[in-house]
Design a protein. Structure first.
Length: 78
């Protein structure tokens, strides 16, 4: 049932976005389609972006299972 609802919501959003005068109703019921937002980067900006180190590279402080207890073990409260 949820799939049918999502499909109808998307179909209504497309009908509102067409703006051909055939849709008669409250357009606030449907999600709005995003507008095109092209970006124009220079070659220099693209080269600088390749030098940025990713957030997960070079760190060992990510998610780990340190301090976790095994299944069936009591919780240490004190």
């Amino acid at each position: 049932m949820a799939c049918v609802q999502r499909t109808l919501m998307n179909l209504g959003g497309l009908a509102v976005a067409r703006d051909d005068g055939l849709f008669s109703g409250d357009p606030n019921w449907f999600p709005k389609k995003s507008k095109e937002n092209p970006r124009n980067f220079s070659d220099n900006q693209l080269q600088e972006g390749k030098n940025v180190i990713g957030l997960q590279m070079g760190t060992n402080r990510g998610a780990s299972q340190a301090g976790m207890t095994g299944y069936g073990m009591p919780r240490q409260i004190l």
